[in-house]
Design a protein around this ligand. Structure first.
Ligand SMILES: [Zn+2]
Ligand SMILES: [Zn+2]
Length: 243
């Protein structure tokens, strides 16, 4: 199925099989994401986006990243306001797990569009043929315990099921030490070691998923963990970009 049609198909199949359902964007009963809200999603136009950090108007000059952005390219599907913001909250905190494949479809749509545009290294921002595995920024232990699931794992599984790309569930988090007795540098260091990769990733090209990118600090920590086990290339895709 063409990826562009997937959002619609997902919404329709959910509307047929599940009831009652309310739209995550406008709360109207019927569908998880109604026609109107689907049509007015704040898509980021990939042609105009920053190839590095995914900010929506940074193609020529980006004011949102400064050369230290931690991945080779970032594809952000949507702005973080309106329906996308509520999607993330509903999935994480209202346990509306049916939103995971909807978010995955939105991310795949953006990845497909981004494959037509080059990253800073001159290669396409996304090329499915060069992806060895799809990984995701893992939930903190506390969030996992509270929710009982890792929402980005669900999104990653949805994205892999829809695209045929292989899942690489390789990142784990350790709890950060209590920050209170640490100074400024100690805190940065403490957080800096919170993720690790559980497998040898020598030479691998990875697609790293997260829900929202703001400063890039979670992507940075995940990318560091992946590279420390040998990953050769990390490309990020997020549902939404805050700028
Ligand atoms: Zn709606
Ligand atoms: Zn940028």
């Amino acid at each position: 199925m063409p990826i562009g049609a997937m959002l619609r198909a997902v919404g329709e199949s959910l509307a047929e099989t599940l009831w009652p359902t309310r739209c995550v964007g406008c709360d109207q009963p019927g569908e998880l994401l109604c026609d109107e809200c689907r049509a007015s999603l704040p898509w980021i136009e990939q042609r105009l986006a920053c190839p590095v950090c995914g900010a929506p108007f940074g193609f020529l000059t980006c004011t949102e990243c400064d050369g230290t952005w931690p991945v080779r390219a970032t594809v952000a599907a949507l702005g973080f306001h309106g329906a996308p913001a509520r999607m993330v909250t509903c999935l994480k905190d209202a346990h509306e797990l049916r939103l995971a494949p909807v978010m995955a479809a939105a991310m795949l749509t953006a990845l497909e569009e981004a494959s037509a545009w080059t990253a800073a290294d001159g290669r396409p921002r996304f090329d499915a043929r060069s992806v060895d595995g799809v990984c995701f920024v893992p939930a903190t232990a506390a969030a996992y315990a509270r929710r009982g699931f890792d929402h980005m794992e669900l999104v990653a599984r949805g994205l892999c099921a829809a695209s045929g790309l292989p899942l690489a569930d390789v990142l784990v988090r350790r709890p950060a030490r209590d920050q209170r007795d640490l100074g400024r540098e100690g805190r940065a260091e403490n957080l800096a070691g919170t993720m690790r990769a559980t497998e040898d990733l020598s030479g691998a090209s990875l697609l790293l998923l997260d829900d929202v990118a703001t400063t890039g600090s979670s992507l940075a920590e995940a990318a560091r963990a992946l590279r420390s086990r040998g990953a050769a290339s990390v490309t990020a895709c997020v549902l939404a970009r805050v700028w």
